[in-house]
Ligand binder design. Structure first.
Ligand SMILES: [Mg+2]
Length: 502
């Protein structure tokens, strides 16, 4: 026993010395690496030749136009008041204001159980990220409800994130106020011991949020105070000019109405914005636009009058409403990998284009800006590197089973758990990073890598590249592969190997 303990500590000393030494070098190099990592790069899922792209397509909301934090507050407040005034929800809900940092995009909502949660790429709930109302649900309770932490395929949302049985995934940036409102109303009902049906609540909140858009309330509010709600898009303007100067064709397909888009584009680009686009389609009804062949295009005058003539050409300078992608392809001939379409909604904007039509796809993920900024901090790099070093230590030393060794190992396990929580909370106290559960990609990340050829924080990243650029995806090691290049350890996944642990 005594000898085993001595042996354990001697081995640990040698091993730890090696780790400390190598970790110091690793930390030094990686802090430099992270600091140099620029927030406005493209991130590549598939080999990509920009020189092959002749036609660029864009969604409008959160792709060409970015909104200030005031917009989500506006949507939350209007939807909350619709619940009170039209659905007879309690007046007490007025106590709740929008909480900008409560939720993140990509969460799942269990409609039957009224639980909001983060799920990873393998359908496992990240324990500690399940919320009922505004409060976390204890892990034991979650495990009892789901008989573990795995969510079976048959109760997950469908391929496009819609509710099939129980789970709804929120993929839209506009869904942040919806999730927050659901959490607030659940919180109110629970606090006041009010018996309610969660399915009705989900539908009422969804309808109220939908009304903010459908009734035009949000559009009118933004148009009335454009400077308050739209972030001035100097760089969006620069990107469009760059593409135009290089002879690229451009088109816009948005679900928003013309007046709203026109007002916003006048602000972002200028009065001549329509000269930049070869085709403009509004109220397209995506994702139906990509699948439903029945809806024909309809021309809209500048004053919003709908014309009834059959459309034989999509003309520059005109505005079209609805239509469908099959007709769009027939009229323009813009097919296959010479077309690159940018959108922020991975399902509604990108999924069908990738799966059925072979266009190239670019996802705009504004959250990247904040997350990469956090990853650039010394605190994050330090925590992540020590976390990986500690994990390697545990992996190596777990063979020592005597009580003294096990006491030390348990202390490491506790420290590792604390560090894991810190790496989650640093992004969002409730739900952590949009892209990761602890070591796995999130369900959101998996969908992003499936449907987007490239992704980036904003279109302005395009200004950093020549239009002849070739994007080479980074060869990240699979679990059974040892890393070949130092930068492959930047995620920390294989830091153990990088430390030459023997
Ligand atoms: Mg959008």
């Amino acid at each position: 026993m005594y000898l085993r303990t001595i042996s354990f500590f001697y081995n640990t000393f040698l091993f730890t010395s090696k780790i400390v030494c190598n970790t110091f070098v690793y930390l030094h190099n990686n802090i430099k690496f992270y600091k140099e990592r620029y927030q406005c790069y493209y991130y590549i899922n598939i080999l990509y030749y920009l020189q092959d792209i002749e036609i660029y397509g864009f969604d409008y909301d959160y792709t060409l136009a970015f909104y200030s934090r005031h917009l989500h507050t506006l949507i939350f407040n209007i939807a909350r008041d619709i619940l009170i005034d039209e659905h007879r929800y309690p007046e007490g809900l007025k106590e709740y204001d929008y909480m900008p940092n409560f939720v993140i995009r990509g969460l799942h909502y269990d409609v039957q159980k009224a639980l909001l949660m983060k799920i990873d790429a393998f359908h496992y709930i990240q324990l500690g990220t399940v919320y009922r109302g505004l409060n976390p649900v204890p892990e034991k309770e979650v495990i009892a409800m789901y008989e573990g932490s795995h969510v079976p395929l048959e109760i997950m949302s469908d391929f496009y994130g819609k509710v099939c049985h129980t789970m709804k995934q929120f993929m839209d940036i506009f869904s942040l106020p919806e999730m927050t409102l659901l959490s607030c109303v659940n919180d109110y009902f629970m606090k006041h011991n009010i018996d309610y049906e969660p399915v009705h609540l989900y539908k009422d909140v969804k309808e109220a949020i939908g009304d903010v858009h459908v009734r035009g309330i949000m559009y009118r509010a933004v148009e009335a105070d454009i400077e308050k709600y739209i972030c001035y898009g100097e760089q969006t303007h620069a990107v469009l000019r760059k593409l135009s100067k290089n002879g690229k064709k451009m088109f816009l397909i948005t679900n928003s109405p013309f007046d709203f888009v026109d007002r916003g584009m006048n602000y972002i680009v200028g009065k001549d914005w329509r000269d930049l686009f070869d085709v403009v389609i509004v109220q397209a009804d995506k994702p139906g636009f990509f699948n439903d062949r029945r809806k024909p295009f309809r021309r809209v005058t500048d004053k919003g009058v709908l014309l009834w003539d059959r459309i034989h050409h999509l003309e520059k300078g005109q505005i079209y409403k609805q239509g469908n992608l099959y007709e769009f392809l027939r009229l323009t001939g813009w097919r296959g990998s010479k077309v690159l379409y940018f959108g922020d909604h991975i399902y509604s904007d990108l999924a069908d284009l990738t799966l059925k039509h072979g266009w190239r796809t670019g996802a705009i993920i504004p959250e990247l800006r904040k997350e990469i900024k956090i990853m650039n901090t010394e605190e994050y790099v330090h925590t992540m590197t020590w976390l990986q070093a500690l994990t390697a230590l545990l992996e190596q030393m777990q063979v020592h089973q005597d009580p003294a060794s096990q006491t030390v190992i348990q202390q490491w396990i506790n420290e590792r758990e604390e560090m894991r929580l810190r790496t989650k909370d640093i992004f969002n106290a409730q739900f952590g990073s949009l892209f990761r559960t602890y070591h796995n990609p999130t369900y959101f990340s998996r969908r992003l890598s499936r449907f987007a050829d490239i992704y980036m924080a904003s279109l302005s990243c395009l200004l950093n590249y020549d239009l002849q650029h070739t994007f080479y995806p980074r060869r990240t090691p699979l679990q059974h592969e040892s890393p070949i290049w130092p930068e492959q350890t930047s995620t920390g996944t294989h830091v153990g190997e990088s430390l030459h642990i023997t």
